[in-house]
Write a protein that binds this ligand. Structure first.
Ligand code: XLS
Ligand code: MG
Length: 346
């Protein structure tokens, strides 16, 4: 069945950046954070992915009422621009108190900070009328494996998930697995442990996964299989489409730019499962190349969106009956050539 979905797209304000990397500083002048939101609609996006401090900058130093006021201002701005907050994620990797991770830190006071910040993040999300909290576990892992008790770490993560579910009955938790970076090895590296944590939680219907293509590639896995696994459990809440050229640093390249066939397979999985029909977004998480000049630089976003839509057209134009025949006959040699020819076009 070909899905009739008209996709809606999201990205996070960090996707319009100044080009700093671990080896060098900014190469483009800063584009004011507040002005980024006016770019969304014209670029073809309606969803905004937020970190808690994208909504309320400097939130650790603000009073609760200042946080509430700022959140309401952002809510009004989103309403005015016709934008939807897709999710809010606690940024638990920047502050000094997160050097060893948040929830799995060996310091009790750092774990307390992580929990307080998580409650603030939930309050901010609810203030925006947003139900989804993304947990990208960033530093929940170790630089050397002996540093932490891994069993205890998993128990702590499950404890936090349950506390979040209890703290607010309306929220959903979307876990975004990643195998490494900034830690050497991360806990919850792939969708398998993500879904296991969901089922182990007090309300698995509110715990789901978010697959980022590059994160799956960094684990040496096929992003489309990671997506399919979540879909099979009705737990694919969102995707961050991008690309990755092999097992290197996290590249956040344009969707389909390195592995076009893999991108096509991700679309096949999403389309055939009817992803998007419940309002799920096509999220992007892409970085502009450091060599791009000007400010703001946004072509990486519009190009990734165009590549996605072109591949959707390709998927819909595929002779699916023919694919079934090849599968039935187990003539995978012919199937592969058929797919490649289809992608190459006439
Ligand atoms: C980092 C993550 C981040 C999340 C939200 O790699 O992808 O961008 O999407 O914390
Ligand atoms: Mg991401």
């Amino acid at each position: 069945m070909i899905s009739p979905v008209n996709y809606r797209f999201s990205f996070g304000p960090w996707n319009i950046g100044e080009g700093a990397d671990p080896f060098g500083p900014e190469v483009r002048s800063a584009f004011p954070h507040e002005e980024k939101f006016a770019l969304y609609r014209p670029l073809g996006f309606e969803g905004v992915q937020f970190h808690d401090d994208d909504v309320v900058p400097g939130l650790d130093d603000l009073s609760p009422s200042e946080v509430t006021t700022k959140t309401s201002e952002v809510k009004a701005m989103l309403d005015n621009q016709g934008l939807v907050p897709e999710f809010v994620a606690p940024r638990l990797w920047f502050d000094k108190r997160t050097v060893d991770g948040g929830y799995t830190s060996n310091s009790a006071s750092d774990r307390e900070y992580a929990w307080d910040r998580t409650k603030q993040c939930i309050d901010i999300a609810r203030g925006l009328d947003c139900k989804a909290i993304v947990l990208w576990f960033a530093r929940e892992g170790s630089y050397i494996r002996e540093a932490k008790d891994a069993k205890l770490a998993y128990e702590r993560l499950l404890g936090v998930i349950n506390s979040m579910l209890e703290y607010n009955e309306d929220i959903e938790i979307w876990i975004e697995p990643k195998p490494n970076e900034p830690t050497d090895q991360a806990y919850v590296p792939t969708i398998g442990p993500t879904i296991a944590l969901a089922y182990a939680s007090d309300d698995h219907t509110r715990v789901k996964g978010l697959i980022e293509s590059a994160h799956a590639s960094l684990a040496g896995l096929d992003p489309s299989d990671e997506m399919a696994f979540a879909l099979a459990h009705d737990k694919l809440a969102s995707v961050h489409l991008n690309d990755q050229n092999g097992l290197k640093y996290d590249q956040d390249k344009n969707f389909g730019s390195s592995n076009l066939r893999s991108a096509f397979n991700q679309i096949s999985v999403l389309e055939s499962a009817g992803y998007g029909t419940q309002g799920e977004f096509i999220g992007l998480d892409v970085k502009a190349m450091r060599t791009q000049t000007g400010s703001p630089v946004t072509e990486h976003l519009t190009n990734s969106r165009k590549i996605f839509l072109r591949l959707v057209e390709k998927y819909r134009a595929l002779d699916h009956a023919k694919v079934e025949q090849f599968r039935e006959a187990r003539d995978y040699e012919a199937l592969e050539f058929f797919i490649i020819e289809h992608l190459l076009g006439s």
